[in-house]
Design a protein around this ligand. Structure first.
Ligand code: AMP
Ligand code: GLY
Length: 416
């Protein structure tokens, strides 16, 4: 099969590695890809937001399947356009991707199906939002309804903080994405992520994972896209897995089918384990990043077979390795704030010499003389698999010790 993968981060590197393992994969194209991904196929310089450009590329390459990594093209309807033109796509339609594209939509789906979640209210008017926040003493969570590149959530302790967030967001901080906001009850508990494959109606468990969102050790510093992950999550046992599937994932799949927008693809549920059981924090309509880098190397089933079987109505639970995966992100100094691009990275071949270690490129580029440089905030994802968490951790950090990159940093306590 001739495949096109959309995206150019660590997640897409992991997706390409998994697809390339399949005997059915005869040709791989990636847009835009990156220097690490280019080992698997041809990279095309078309950004993941350029829906017209991506559509034209898929048509001109005559690919058999397009696998869409990031949320933006899914929410913008790339899967619909491809399918309408007779090109198979993996990833939900725009209607189904609303589960990530509109937080209010996701909350309403959960409400309809009695899926456990915090109390919430939606607002477009600042006065109404402020008076509701006052009833909670400002102790609440304020969320932009639409996509805001992970920056649209404020966890507030006081009326000052809540008021500021409300005024900013409804005042156009994230443009159309914050023209409507949610104010949610603040719930507490450890967070886990659950991943499932859904074929339109039915759902099967893929894996659990735990992300480390803060920039620095000890969960200090600003929120990031994720500085590392572990899979499976030590907090998710068989009983909890069944509960998540029965109480959360399956009812959502049913609701989406009933609404005429069946969900096909990977559903990522961000959950908080409260005293009353797991509750939904958010849904994402795709693999997570860095969760894909820790989950897909554990997958023993053929990803391409799974995708084609899912499309043909033959859904089955994938076989996963019993090994634990640990992924540590190396990021550029300054991330998630502003940072310099272009610093040189060396030593990756030696660092990846252990078969249990894979280095995924998240934000890299080649300079004019072919040296590997940092070109993003999150730059490398170092994944190690081993029979215990401690072994996987030490393999990941051993690999990092062999990488020389002056402008990079990483957390030393991932999976600790
Ligand atoms: P989100 O972008 O929706 O995943 O939110 C980012 C982070 O905000 C989550 O990982 C949680 O730590 C926190 N958060 C979101 N919603 C709530 C809530 N209702 N109660 C407590 N914390 C929340
Ligand atoms: N790691 C969080 C995300 O992919 O949204």
């Amino acid at each position: 099969m001739k495949l096109l993968v959309i995206g150019g981060g660590g997640r897409e590197h992991a997706i390409c590695q998994a697809l390339a393992r399949s005997a059915k994969c005869s040709e791989l194209h990636i847009a835009p890809g990156n220097p690490g991904i280019s080992a698997f196929g041809t990279c095309h310089k078309i950004g993941a937001e350029d829906i017209d450009g991506l559509f034209d590329l898929a048509v001109s390459l005559q690919v058999d399947l397009v696998v869409i990594g990031p949320e933006a093209p899914l929410v913008a309807g790339l899967a619909d356009r491809l399918e309408d033109a007779g090109i198979a796509a993996f990833g939900p339609s725009a209607g189904a991707a609303q589960l990530e594209g509109s937080k209010d939509f996701a909350r309403q789906v959960c409400e309809k199906m009695n899926v456990p979640q915090p109390h919430f209210k939606a607002f477009t008017n600042a006065e109404d939002a402020l008076s509701y926040a006052k009833t909670l003493d400002g102790y609440c969570v304020i969320k932009a309804d639409g996509l805001a590149a992970g920056k649209g959530v404020v966890v507030s302790d006081s009326m000052d903080e809540a008021g500021h967030a409300i005024i900013q967001m409804l005042g156009g901080q994230f443009g159309q994405a914050s023209a409507s906001i949610l104010i949610e009850e603040r719930i507490t508990g450890p967070e886990v992520s659950a991943f499932a494959f859904i074929d339109g109606t039915n759902a099967v468990w893929l894996a659990s994972a735990q992300d480390h969102k803060r920039a620095f050790d000890g969960d200090k510093g600003p929120n990031t896209g994720g500085m590392g992950a572990i899979s499976p999550s030590p907090l998710v046992d068989d009983a909890l897995r069944h509960k998540i599937m029965d109480d959360i994932i399956k009812p959502v799949a049913v609701a989406m089918a009933e609404a005429g927008t069946p969900y096909r693809g990977v559903l990522y549920a961000g959950l908080m384990l409260t005293e009353d059981g797991p509750k939904v924090i958010e849904f994402n309509c795709r693999f997570g990043d860095p969760e894909a880098e820790v989950i897909l190397p554990r997958m023993e089933s053929d990803l391409l077979d799974m995708i084609t079987d899912l499309r043909e109505g033959k859904l089955y639970r994938p076989t996963m390795s019993d090994d634990v995966g640990v992924t540590v992100i190396m990021a550029t100094n300054g991330y998630p704030g502003s940072y310099e691009k272009g610093s040189i990275i060396k030593g990756l071949d030696e660092a990846a010499s252990d078969d249990a270690v894979t280095i995924f490129h998240a934000g890299t580029a080649l300079d004019s003389i072919g040296q590997l440089t940092a070109s993003g905030g999150r730059v490398l994802a170092i994944t190690a698999l081993a029979e215990t968490t401690d072994k996987a951790r030490s393999k990941a950090y051993d690999a990092i010790s062999k990488i020389s990159w002056e402008d990079g940093f990483y957390r030393t306590d991932i999976a600790k």
